[in-house]
Design a protein around this ligand. Sequence first.
Ligand SMILES: NC(=O)c1ccc[n+]([C@@H]2O[C@H](COP(=O)([O-])OP(=O)(O)OC[C@H]3O[C@@H](n4cnc5c(N)ncnc54)[C@H](O)[C@@H]3O)[C@@H](O)[C@H]2O)c1
Length: 377
Amino acid sequence: MSKQLRIAFIGAGYVNFGGAEGPWDHASRLEKIEGLAIAAIVDLNTSLAEQRLAVRRSGPAGGIYAETEIFADYRQMLDKAKPDAVFIGLPPEAHGVAKPPKDVELVCADAGVHMFIEKPLSAAPPEEVADVADALAKAAENGLIVSVGYMFRYSRAVEKMKEIVAETPGGVRAIVARYNCAYSEINSAVWWDIRRTGGPVVEQATHVCDLARYLAGEADLSTVAAVAIAGGEPAGQLSDIPAGPDGKVIDADVPDEFRIPCATAAVWRFANGAVGSLTHGALLHHKKYLAELEVWSDGLRIVLAEPYDKCRLLVRRPHSEEIETLDFAGDDPYMTEAEVFIQAVRTGDASGIRCTYADAVKTHQLTWAIRRAAEKQ
Ligand SMILES: NC(=O)c1ccc[n+]([C@@H]2O[C@H](COP(=O)([O-])OP(=O)(O)OC[C@H]3O[C@@H](n4cnc5c(N)ncnc54)[C@H](O)[C@@H]3O)[C@@H](O)[C@H]2O)c1
């Protein structure tokens, strides 16, 4: 049996511990992997961290939390708990740049601590993330493992898409990506202020922009064109925004120019000549998001439908009018990405990691290019 690994969570919120509107919850996946101990949970809101810990200790994998300590400050945590690896699940505004205290990644790298980092890399634009990227590239050469949480890259459906595309002469000709989130129950004030997340294309549609790159290669950023309905426009008014803790609409105090755009449409060309498009909406009610991505090639159309839960591919192949449905509903890409990260940390072999920091920087650049093009209109 290999050495027990000490893992710390930085952020006690939804992505690390579950909740809100989706299947994410890194803690539950780690609980299924042998040989881990949760050394620490860090959150400014230490009472939330305490609650998370209490729930997990009384759960089926309570043993791995037996010695978990709570911290408000990640630097103190690194000094005292000495984890082997961290799962960074912080609001985008709190990390991803070289300036303290948001230099979380640089501090972890200096301490030699491997990192699983949730997307997006930061709320800051790519120019401000560049110093972090340079430092992590050097650290990676010296064995530091870094994985960025674009979990759809680990989806069996996406693997299958890549396989089918590879068999199709000429490869991808067009990508059609759509991401429509259900906004009416998003009760995080951070999410409603684009200064704090980078905006919904940078924070959310980033998943399908990343998949577009994963399937079709690099986007030529000079070709990106986009329009959006800005939050301050009459057409940008939404009827069902939730209330904040004070009873007011949650974005009541956000100046118009920093309110979220409720719809964004973008087009661009890939370096290989294919064309791409994205439509993002924050327009649905209740909880369930709808994300979809289509790949078109010569004779081929593949639709990736409902990748978060009832995942399936609809495939029409060359020289056929039949639409075949391939079902991937039982697949859990969050589990696979966690297993791959832990395996990489154990072995020092990063080759299984499907999104490095440098790769994620390119997705960050694409989403920022879309945001900036839309803001110019
Ligand atoms: N891959 C996915 O499917 C997925 C799903 C959900 C969220 N995310 C991403 O994960 C990140 C976190 O999202 P979330 O929903 O968990 O947010 P959240 O608001 O639920 O949790 C973030 C936590 O970080 C804490 N925090 C803020 N600043 C801090 C600091 N400086 N030090 C310590 N703690 C601090 C907050 O108190 C909060 O509890 C976001 O970037 C989001 O886009 C990814």
